[in-house]
Design a protein around this ligand. Sequence first.
Ligand SMILES: [Zn+2]
Length: 184
Amino acid sequence: MPTVFTHAILAGAAAVALAERSARSRLVAAAVLVSTLPDADVIGFRFGVRYGDFLGHRGFFHSPCFALVLAFVCMLWLVRGPALFSRRWWGGWSLLAALGVSHGLLDALTDGGLGIALFAPFENSRYFLPWQPIPVAPIGVLAGLSPWGIEVLFWEAAHLWLPVCAVLFALALWRRALARRAAR
Ligand SMILES: [Zn+2]
């Protein structure tokens, strides 16, 4: 996986840049949640769940299907602002769903571990994307602070955080300029 910091930073920055102003703070919090929660599946190791199992690390909880449901739950209980099932509500859901799905896809771009159960719960095979440029991070908090973990963190900062945040910042400026022009 990329580190949990990378999932949180990229999703949080995307929500800051793309979310509607009225529900932005809650959407940013929900974005960080949907993008990081899948990695809580490592807890399963402590209870005897094996890596390749349905509920194992990178299994069902990393699937797009789970992300869609989690985004729905977040819109119901965490974001709440927009009227239920209104256009703005579905807009918030779409953003959270996309950011949740991004977790599995980013992990599928890494060069180690087992693949991602992208089609769970319908099919439990594990998949990588054809291109795997992201170095895999070690599993666990302590391992994340090892030289290997720190090295991966620096790689991600240079190759993911900076370019993605720069693009999102430019996008936010462009959207603000468009909104200003429309208000004139
Ligand atoms: Zn993951």
